[in-house]
Design a protein around this ligand. Structure first.
Ligand SMILES: *[C@@H]1O[C@H](CO)[C@@H](O)[C@H](O)[C@H]1NC(C)=O
Ligand SMILES: *[C@@H]1O[C@H](CO)[C@@H](O)[C@H](O)[C@H]1NC(C)=O
Ligand SMILES: *[C@@H]1O[C@H](CO)[C@@H](O)[C@H](O)[C@H]1NC(C)=O
Ligand SMILES: *[C@@H]1O[C@H](CO)[C@@H](O)[C@H](O)[C@H]1NC(C)=O
Ligand SMILES: *[C@@H]1O[C@H](CO)[C@@H](O)[C@H](O)[C@H]1NC(C)=O
Ligand SMILES: *[C@@H]1O[C@H](CO)[C@@H](O)[C@H](O)[C@H]1NC(C)=O
Ligand SMILES: *[C@@H]1O[C@H](CO)[C@@H](O)[C@H](O)[C@H]1NC(C)=O
Ligand SMILES: *[C@@H]1O[C@H](CO)[C@@H](O)[C@H](O)[C@H]1NC(C)=O
Ligand SMILES: *[C@@H]1O[C@H](CO)[C@@H](O)[C@H](O)[C@H]1NC(C)=O
Ligand SMILES: *[C@@H]1O[C@H](CO)[C@@H](O)[C@H](O)[C@H]1NC(C)=O
Ligand SMILES: *[C@@H]1O[C@H](CO)[C@@H](O)[C@H](O)[C@H]1NC(C)=O
Ligand SMILES: *[C@@H]1O[C@H](CO)[C@@H](O)[C@H](O)[C@H]1NC(C)=O
Length: 416
């Protein structure tokens, strides 16, 4: 009796969901009207990309629209890089089969409407580089299948919704360069699938949740330019999958430890209030300038495999410059030791290479942002003046580095 009851209940459920499914399936008209509403909210289309969005043709053939073959329902709307302006129509929430929404690098403004939360099949939400404002919709967490959320370079305000931590397939969450406030929800440490987390260039306060730094699959972690305080979470030092770490331009305090992960490629801890001795840095690109580090450069740094950029400038380091830096001359692009309290000579191993060639000074920022990275560096250059700070050395000065009075030393290598 009981079994029969359950069977018929199941049957009724199946029947009911079929009916609902049928009702949805039979109305690809819904998709068409959602797309037409989307188009009607577009105020600028400089390249007439939506020119063939007309009812005379099947919407599955419209520019940027992809459909499922069988059901003829919209599965992807890919309209990135098209110069479109306007707002995002709430009707977009009716595209119930949508998996990919890519409107990145356009000029959409207004809020990101809550209706987006109705897109239960959505995996990729890509809206970077627009003028979207208002809060990140709380309902976004209802898109259970989301893997990629890219909202960077907009004008989103308010906090990071804690609800997003329940998105258990999320791999990429990029929220850089908005105007987000509040703290990082510690519950984000529950998104074990997370690989890239970017929050740089916002107004985030508080400390870095240790839970987040323990995420097992994290590869890129960017919290640059916020107002974060407290220590660098200890779990980051031996994190085994991390490749890119930037906590630069915050108010982090305390000493740091040696990073033991050999696949870590970039460490940027510059512009914080970190202090204590510097550990041996074995990462290819290490930026720890503009802190309060003290003590000598550890000799273990000579065991670094292949430093490409090593920026220790603007600290309170002292002692002598290790001879071994000359060993790295072939790969080293930037060695910046400026604004410290070193004494002694520039090691001949570095200086000797500088006799020929034309030299030009570039800031580390300039080199960091040199995407092309076509700059070929062959030799080095030297400067010293305690009162005046740093300047480029002349070739004559480089030849004669016999003065033992150097206090501020900057060796920055670039040659064209
Ligand atoms: C809607 O579905 C019907 C039946 O499957 C199909 O004939 C028609 O072409 C579809 N319309 C559009 C605009 O895709
Ligand atoms: C609309 O334009 C796109 C890109 O030019 C083209 O691939 C597509 O076939 C066009 N669709 C129709 C219905 O003309
Ligand atoms: C952004 O879109 C414009 C066209 O509107 C294009 O020229 C530009 O290259 C795109 N930028 C990127 C980074 O793709
Ligand atoms: C689609 O979405 C809009 C706004 O969210 C709503 O008013 C409308 O009733 C929805 N349904 C259909 C079938 O268009
Ligand atoms: C961002 O939004 C705020 C208020 O919502 C506004 O005052 C500000 O001008 C906007 N900034 C940009 C760059 O659009
Ligand atoms: C960030 O938000 C604050 C307060 O809402 C506002 O004053 C400021 O202009 C915003 N910054 C940007 C870059 O939009
Ligand atoms: C992580 O999720 C579990 C439940 O799945 C919850 O009990 C715990 O509080 C969450 N952790 C954080 C830091 O929110
Ligand atoms: C990192 O070190 C801590 C102890 O310092 C240890 O408990 C943890 O298992 C280590 N993690 C990895 C990934 O090696
Ligand atoms: C460099 O590495 C070698 C071998 O791994 C080790 O014997 C030596 O003590 C290290 N040197 C420093 C200064 O750490
Ligand atoms: C590095 O340089 C030091 C001093 O110049 C030298 O003694 C040492 O053998 C060099 N090490 C390697 C691995 O080239
Ligand atoms: C450093 O600069 C000061 C002020 O211009 C100058 O008087 C001094 O001679 C300079 N010292 C060296 C070693 O160049
Ligand atoms: C070495 O110091 C002397 C005396 O201060 C100065 O005249 C000379 O220019 C210095 N040489 C170099 C290469 O800095």
């Amino acid at each position: 009796m009981k079994r029969l009851y359950i069977a018929s209940l199941l049957g009724a459920l199946v029947l009911y969901s079929c009916m609902v499914e049928l009702a949805i399936c039979s109305s690809n008209i819904t998709d068409q009207s959602a797309l037409l509403s989307f188009k009607s909210h577009i105020t600028q289309d400089p390249n007439i990309k939506l020119g063939n969005w007309t009812t005379e043709t099947n919407f599955c053939d419209w520019e940027g629209v992809s459909c499922s073959r069988r059901r003829q329902r919209v599965t992807a709307l890919s309209l990135g890089n098209m110069g479109l302006a306007g707002s995002i129509s709430p009707y977009i929430g009716n595209l119930s089969f949508l998996k990919v929404l890519d409107l990145g690098n356009n000029s959409f403004d207004g809020p990101l409407i809550n209706e987006i939360g109705r897109l239960h099949r959505l995996t990729d939400l890509i809206l970077h580089k627009n003028n979207l404002q208002g809060g990140i919709p709380l309902d976004l967490y209802q898109c259970r299948k989301l893997q990629v959320i890219v909202l960077a370079v907009n004008n989103f305000t308010g906090g990071i919704p804690e609800e997003l931590s329940s998105l258990s397939f999320l791999r990429t969450l990029l929220l850089e360069k908005n105007n987000l406030t509040g703290r990082i929800p510690p519950s984000f440490g529950n998104i074990s699938s997370l690989e890239s987390f970017g929050l740089g260039g916002n107004n985030i306060h508080g400390s870095i949740p240790i839970e987040l730094a323990q995420l097992p699959n994290l590869k890129a972690f960017d919290l640059t330019s916020n107002h974060l305080t407290g220590p660098v979470p200890s779990s980051i030092y031996n994190h085994s999958s991390l490749r890119y770490l930037s906590l630069a331009d915050n108010q982090l305090t305390g000493p740091i430890q040696e990073f033991t992960n050999s696949i870590l490629d970039v460490i940027d801890l510059s512009k914080n209030d970190l202090h204590g001795p510097i550990p041996p840095l074995s990462t290819a690109h290490s930026f720890i300038s503009h802190n309060k580090f003290t003590g000598e450069i550890p000799l273990a740094i000579c065991n670094m495999s292949s430093p490409i950029i090593l920026d220790l400038s603007h600290n309170s380091l002292n002692g002598v410059i290790p001879e071994c830096f000359g060993n790295f001359s072939n790969v080293l692009r930037v060695l910046d030791l400026g604004m410290n309290n070193f004494r002694g000579n520039i090691p001949v191993t570095i200086a000797k290479r500088n006799k020929s060639g034309r030299w030009r000074w570039r800031s580390v920022e300039e080199i960091k942002n040199d995407d092309a990275a076509r700059v070929q560096i062959v030799g080095g250059s030297v400067v010293c003046n305690q009162t005046k700070g740093v300047r480029a050395a002349t070739e004559e000065e480089i030849k004669d580095d016999s003065n033992n009075t150097l206090q501020h030393i900057r060796v920055l290598k670039t040659k064209f």
